[in-house]
Ligand binder design. Structure first.
Ligand code: ADP
Ligand code: MG
Length: 241
């Protein structure tokens, strides 16, 4: 699938990452001196109960939120030193996001949702449209190109979201509870689609989930516990530094 999308493998290195939320009830330390090394391409799952800090970790890795302490490098990019336009460029060019609630624009068709992700990188409209169609085709949804999210099933909407995440050929895909809203059949289909990406496209995929069955699909499983990651997979598996 999508051989023309091949990207250069990316490694992720995190050192001493900490993240504290200041709340009226006092500070909440969510990430506490976390280290992570991923050698791409690989699919790494991060598990942990609700409130463990999984979404916070992904937000910081993906440049949606600034790291408060520690360092993150992704493919040699020192993410923690980026700001403003550079951070926006990192989010757009290096990272693809997949969220539990899909995050599609309700007034746009499936095709337009994918095209919008491409539109900021320039290029003729005709080429963008062709590329968006190719991406929808790759996730098996060409027949739904003109549908708006309200007339898509949850599984279809998430496939559009995966197509959108792939739009700019990201080297790192971050998926936050990607099957959290899906039934068993759609879950299976999305997991297959996501899990194939490191092998087929060459990107690194980090999935966070409280669902162990989802995590079992990954090459490597880590648990977020007390703000740090504990490796739960057997040694010498793919993606281990
Ligand atoms: N913006 C915020 N302000 C204050 N506390 C937050 C904020 N976002 C998350 N938290 C708290 O941080 C903890 C971890 O949240 P989160 O990263 O969403 O965990 P998870 O995704 O594992 O469920 C939770 O206790 C949550 O209430
Ligand atoms: Mg979460």
């Amino acid at each position: 699938m999508m051989a023309e999308n091949d990207v250069a493998p990316v490694d992720v290195h995190v050192r001493g990452l900490s993240h504290v939320y200041r709340t009226p009830e006092g500070p909440i330390t969510v990430i506490d001196g976390l280290d992570l090394d991923v050698i791409g391409p690989a699919h790494v799952a991060v598990t942990g109960p609700s409130g463990a800090g999984k979404s916070t970790l992904l937000a910081v890795l993906g440049g949606l939120d600034r790291a408060q302490e520690g360092s993150i490098t992704v493919g040699g990019i020192d993410v923690t030193s980026l700001s403003g336009d550079d951070l926006a460029r990192y989010r757009r060019d290096t990272v693809g996001f997949v969220f539990q609630h899909y995050g599609l624009l309700g007034t746009c068709t499936a095709l337009e949702n994918v095209e919008l992700a491409l539109s900021f990188t320039g290029g003729p409209t005709r080429l963008r449209r062709a590329r968006a169609l190719e991406l929808l085709d790759a996730v098996g949804l060409s027949a739904r190109a003109s549908h708006r999210p309200a007339s898509l099933s949850g599984g279809e909407a998430q496939r559009v979201a995966v197509a959108r995440a792939l739009a700019n050929r990201p080297r790192l895909i971050l998926a936050d509870e990607p099957t959290g809203n899906l039934d068993d059949d759609s879950t299976e289909r999305i997991l297959e689609l996501l899990h194939a990406l490191p092998r087929d496209v060459g990107c690194t995929l980090i999935t966070v989930t409280h669902n162990r069955a989802v995590a079992d699909r990954a090459d490597r499983r880590l648990q977020l516990r007390n703000g740090r990651l504990v490796d739960e997979s057997a040694p010498s598996r793919k993606g281990v530094a």
